[in-house]
Design a protein. Structure first.
Length: 255
């Protein structure tokens, strides 16, 4: 693990993106944080073990997607959360409770922040403090929304909600109706509590209805965003969201 010189921070999205933590701090604060923090790159499937988290419990994501995964005794796996560019993961206190494993879903660039330097910054720099609070607040809201999706929504509704989640979170400038799906379908299935085949059927169903259109493997265009929003909100009574070939809702009951 190498020390992160401040000069390298200037090429990192955590510094260059206006809404990120390091973009809000002074040069002296950046130098201090850089000197005491560490950078790392993870490949898909690599995890951050508990010992590393005890030493470096605060992680900022520069690029890529990290998942918080739980593995049951019988081998069943679930993904509780996705962390993406700009997210700050605070795992302090993990030694007292099993909170799952942080596993990369693609190539991930991250910075392990010094807890002492991090605390000093957010105690004295109100702009940085607001960024951190806003980040953690959004994580809480996403967790609440996700728990509601898993508890009550059908497969198509959950997928529609996730598409809007991706649209809200994407940092790359795209056209107004373009959305990038940043994870593989097998990982998305674990997050939504579905089978990968069900995820594929739901995507196909939305495309056949003319609601979305694929522009490559991971990018979609929203052709009927209001209709997709109605599906995400659980409206199954509107004619506009019925499948064109069948006078009933398709794939909504698949789990």
């Amino acid at each position: 693990m190498s020390t992160l010189p401040a000069v390298k921070c200037q090429n990192c999205t955590l510094y260059t993106e206006a809404g990120s933590l390091c973009a809000q701090i002074t040069s002296d604060e950046l130098d201090n944080l850089s000197e005491k923090s560490r950078i790392a790159t993870l490949k898909r499937g690599e995890s951050i073990d508990t010992e590393e988290l005890l030493m470096w419990p605060i992680i900022a994501i520069s690029s890529g997607v990290i998942s918080l995964q739980h593995l049951l005794e019988d081998g069943r796996k679930t993904i509780a959360a996705f962390f993406m560019q700009g997210d700050i993961i605070d795992m302090r206190g993990i030694s007292s409770r099993n909170r799952g494993h942080l596993i990369a879903l693609n190539k991930v660039n991250l910075c392990r922040l010094s807890p002492a330097a991090f605390e000093t910054i957010i105690e004295t720099n109100t702009d940085a403090q607001h960024v951190v609070w806003d980040n953690l607040r959004k994580q809480t809201y996403r967790a609440i929304d996700h728990s509601a999706d898993l508890a009550k929504k059908h497969a198509l509704e959950k997928l529609a909600s996730f598409i809007f989640e991706c649209k809200r979170r994407q940092t790359v400038t795209l056209s107004e109706n373009s959305v990038t799906i940043p994870v593989r379908r097998v990982d998305l299935a674990e997050y939504l509590g579905m089978q990968p085949e069900t995820v594929s059927r739901c995507f196909k169903d939305l495309e056949e209805r003319g609601i979305i259109k694929f522009n490559g493997i991971s990018n979609i265009r929203l052709l009927k965003a209001p209709t997709l929003r109605r599906i995400a909100n659980g409206d199954r009574n509107a004619d506009a969201i019925q499948h064109p070939s069948k006078n009933k809702f398709k794939v909504l009951s698949f789990g």
